[in-house]
Design a protein. Structure first.
Length: 190
């Protein structure tokens, strides 16, 4: 059984939309415009690349990341890592050719089948809608959250608004940084 890890830059009020400057969102680029950069606060990103054995994302995140990450030194480990894109509309012709092996999954059931295979952790980047579906299906095992001391108001949120039973999380790692960022790693309790 593989572990599905959701990783996110998240505001204190739960917004994950456009942290890196993606167009179309009022507060786009909030991770670097409003908070002093401290390298130690972002060490978890390097650890994720070393520990993950595959990467998963939804179509929108794939289209954003695949345009820039393949040529970025900061994301070199992801270039050779198998990638899974969960989408009902993406086709093989839409995949980039310079980012390694990429497989399109069409449903949450296909994600569950992948999770049931042998192998190491799969890291989920971005992908608010995908996170909602996977969490609602009980497939996410861990959250790596880098919480920014910002209230952004409107915007896509990491967590689903579905009416469901409470889901207990166990804090397994945490740290606060001088710039106000907090690292929170939670295991999902089943």
């Amino acid at each position: 059984m593989r572990t599905l890890i959701s990783t996110a830059f998240i505001s204190l009020d739960g917004v994950v939309e456009a942290p890196g400057g993606e167009p179309g969102y009022r507060n786009s680029g909030w991770t670097y415009k409003n908070v002093e950069f401290l390298p130690e606060a972002f060490e978890i990103k390097g650890q994720e690349q070393k520990e993950a054995t595959a990467m998963m994302m939804g179509r929108t995140s794939y289209e954003a990341f695949s345009a820039v990450w393949p040529d970025m030194e900061d994301f070199a480990d992801y270039k050779v890592m198998p990638k899974y894109v969960v989408s009902t509309t993406l086709t093989e012709d839409d995949l980039v050719s310079n980012w390694g092996q990429t497989t399109i999954l069409r449903s949450v059931d296909e994600v569950a089948a992948l999770k049931a295979t042998d192998g190491g952790p799969i890291i989920i980047h971005g992908s608010a809608t995908l996170n909602h579906s996977l969490a609602d299906a009980g497939l996410i095992d861990r959250y790596h959250l880098l919480v920014f001391p910002l209230l952004l108001g409107a915007g896509k949120r990491l967590f689903s608004a579905t009416d469901k039973d409470a889901q207990k999380l166990k804090l397994v790692e945490h740290e606060a940084y001088a710039n106000g960022l907090q690292k929170n790693v939670f295991d999902v309790i089943r």
